[in-house]
Design a protein around this ligand. Structure first.
Ligand code: NAP
Length: 293
């Protein structure tokens, strides 16, 4: 069994991105800039936005946070997005989800300029991804693709089971792994809450990607010997420690790890690669806007 170590990999890729940014600055160019819009006071959302800003800082990129009250009117929010769309100093824009219920999140995503949509959620970018055209890939599947590539995991002809069909993880993950490129060329099965015989599908998988948000769902008897196991789940589970909780993945790591060829830990796996996916997208957006090949 080999650990797919998000910590080691994220550190290495960050160093590469930092060097690229430094190179552009040395050419006299401006800094890449990621803007995050935050609506309301959700603690987890604030933490996510703060970590994204810290990552940018670490790489020598600019970041800004536009923080609006939870009762901001939808038209006001859309107008703020348009302002960012029209600001040539900003390369990437993310609107931290979830937004309050009175705001239509689909409309929000559709209002972001596709060339600044570094979350890869705009339908134009989703369509490009499905067609295999260059675009911004949703950060979590993008991070997983980088992980498979960097660890040189064979994917062609492999049977991959993705558990979960959300727009941000399951669907794009399946779409990417079925493309005629590396990593890809997999035969993909998508499972969800209505799948019959889910365990049987998993047992036939060479690669299992668990993205359902049910701690410890994937057990040893659901995984075949030598499978590659990618755990996307992050769930806070009550615990008797200082924080009052621990983070659990969707895979029962201790029993699944001995059967697997490669496996991601939680924490220290996919979560860190998701942050890299966003940074890479931001740098890609910067290159588009600066006309860098
Ligand atoms: P989501 O939108 O809630 O989607 C969950 C998916 O899992 C749905 O498609 C659902 O099926 C399916 N599902 C739920 N229970 C199931 C069951 N018992 N059997 C089979 N399928 C089941 O979640 P998400 O946003 O994709 O996130 C999934 C997990 O990944 C969460 O723990 C989330 O916190 C984590 N996550 C981690 C990262 C990271 O950076 N590591 C990033 C994003 C998300 P239906 O469609 O039928 O309801």
């Amino acid at each position: 069994m080999q650990l797919l170590d998000g910590k080691v990999l994220a550190k290495a890729i960050k160093a590469e991105l930092k060097e690229q940014v430094a190179g552009y600055l040395a050419q006299g160019r401006r800094k890449p800039h990621l803007c995050a819009i935050l609506v309301g006071e959700d603690g987890a959302s604030k933490t996510y936005v703060a970590s994204k800003a810290r990552d940018c800082d670490e790489l020598g990129m600019d970041s800004s946070v536009l923080h609006f009250p939870a009762d901001i009117r939808q038209e006001e929010l859309l107008a703020e997005i348009e302002k960012v769309n029209n600001n040539p100093a900003i390369d990437g824009l993310i609107v931290q989800m979830p937004v309050p219920k009175h705001i239509d999140s689909l409309l929000v995503m559709n209002t972001i300029d596709p060339s600044k949509d570094v979350d890869g959620f705009h339908p134009v970018n989703v369509g490009k991804m499905f067609k295999g055209l260059p675009t911004y890939l949703p950060a979590t599947p993008y991070g997983i693709m980088m992980m498979l590539e960097r660890y040189q995991i064979e994917t062609a002809g492999k049977h991959c089971v993705v558990i979960g069909r959300s727009d941000i993880v399951g669907k794009p993950m399946a779409a990417l792994l079925m493309q005629n490129t590396y990593p890809g060329n997999c035969t993909v099965t998508i499972c969800h809450s209505r799948t019959a015989d889910l365990a049987e599908h998993c047992r036939r998988a060479d690669i299992v990607i668990a993205a359902l948000g049910k701690p410890g769902f994937v057990k040893a008897d659901m995984v075949k010997e030598g499978a590659v196991v990618i755990d996307v789940g992050i769930t806070r589970v009550d615990a008797d420690n200082e924080r009052g909780y621990v983070i659990k993945g969707d895979v029962e790591f201790d029993e699944v790890a001995p059967k697997s060829s490669f496996i991601t830990p939680v924490p220290g796996g996919v979560g860190l690669m998701t942050r890299i996916g966003l940074l890479q997208n931001t740098l890609n957006a910067y290159k588009v806007h600066e006309g860098i090949q």
